[in-house]
Design a protein around this ligand. Structure first.
Ligand SMILES: Cc1cc2nc3c(=O)[nH]c(=O)nc-3n(C[C@H](O)[C@H](O)[C@H](O)COP(=O)(O)OP(=O)(O)OC[C@H]3O[C@@H](n4cnc5c(N)ncnc54)[C@H](O)[C@@H]3O)c2cc1C
Length: 295
């Protein structure tokens, strides 16, 4: 590994200054992507800015008004084990659960996963179907944008010189909202998604779908929102026929490639199968159980 300068800022201002002063510096969170690439000399940053000691960087908290806050140092494992993430943001918690091994999940951050911008990033579909926003700090102040717009292509995000991601904010879901994520991999663990699908649905008290989110991983240069499939569900009762129709449309919306891991045709078919399953799972999670209704 090439020698590099190491910065561990204690304030956002110091972090922005370090990044602005060293234009080729890279941000370090858990290092599970960055350090591997530095070791392999794919990345040779002259300086590294560690964001794990910034105020609120380890904050994973929920408030009814603002929703879920995920700080820059929050690990996959924290999200996987968080009861509020599991109960209100199922697709995000389940996405975190799939990443690597427990050792990797103890280091890897959710924000690192998003900044790394792999089309197969396991937390991205869940964050996108929950309309999560990244909070960015930089020399010109702060700005926010959706995770969907932030991820620009394989390894590319929207950050400009001197900027980094401070946190992710996920709005509080409406009542009777459920979500779920699953991926297909040839191996059960320590593999990356051949296809990943996140889905969310919100139901009216009478069981009509009032909002839907479907996001497809690893079948386009970015995690892809299947908007045509979503629109098939909205305003409808989620009957098996409607769900199957939406899943078929989602598989048409996917833009998969053939590579060493799977053919485009296989990926398209997996999108159909997994989308159908995830809409059903999201819909079950959105439906109050008898005991909850009685309480
Ligand atoms: C063995 C192994 C298995 C893996 N399995 C999976 C898997 O199953 N699914 C999956 O999705 N990923 C997997 N990964 C990839 C990796 O663990 C994730 O992408 C992880 O979430 C990255 O987070 P990190 O904190 O380690 O990021 P880092 O490695 O620290 O950073 C990743 C990138 O994001 C940038 N970055 C990080 N934080 C910020 C920030 N706050 N602001 C601006 N830029 C930032 C860095 O500069 C770097 O370019 C695996 C990796 C390994 C080594």
């Amino acid at each position: 590994m090439q020698a590099f300068e190491y910065f561990q800022p204690k304030t956002v201002r110091e972090a922005v200054q370090a990044l602005h002063k060293h234009p080729k510096a890279m941000v370090l969170a858990g290092g599970t992507d960055l350090l591997v690439r530095m070791k392999d000399r794919v990345n040779r940053p002259p300086a590294v800015v560690d964001v794990k000691r910034l105020p609120r960087s380890d904050d994973l908290s929920y408030a009814g008004k603002t929703g879920l806050h995920i700080g820059a140092a929050v690990s996959m494992r924290q999200v996987e084990l968080s009861s509020v993430a599991q109960s209100r943001f199922g697709a995000i918690a389940q996405g975190a659960t799939f990443v690597g091994s427990i050792q990797i999940r103890n280091r890897a951050t959710v924000i690192g996963n998003v900044c790394n911008a792999a089309p197969s990033a396991d937390t991205a579909p869940g964050l996108i179907v929950h309309d999560a926003k990244v909070q960015i700090a930089g020399p010109k102040g702060r700005r926010t944008m959706t995770v969907e717009d932030f991820m620009k292509g394989p390894g590319k995000n929207d950050l400009k010189r001197g900027e980094f991601v401070l946190g992710i904010q996920v709005p509080a879901p409406k009542p009777r909202t459920g979500s779920a994520y699953v991926r297909h991999t040839p191996r059960e663990a320590m593999d990356i998604a051949v296809v990943g699908v996140g889905a969310s649905v919100t139901l009216s008290p009478k069981g009509i779908c009032t909002a839907a989110g479907i996001c497809l991983g690893a079948v386009a240069p970015v995690p892809l929102r299947a908007t045509k499939a979503e629109s098939i569900l909205v305003g409808q009762k989620l009957t098996p026929g409607k769900i199957a129709q939406a899943a078929l449309v989602a598989s048409d919306e996917a833009r998969p490639i053939t590579d060493v891991r799977a053919t485009a045709g296989f990926r398209r078919e997996m999108v159909r199968v997994l989308t159908e399953r995830m809409i059903k799972a999201a819909s079950r999670a959105a439906t109050p159980t008898r005991s909850r209704r009685a309480a």
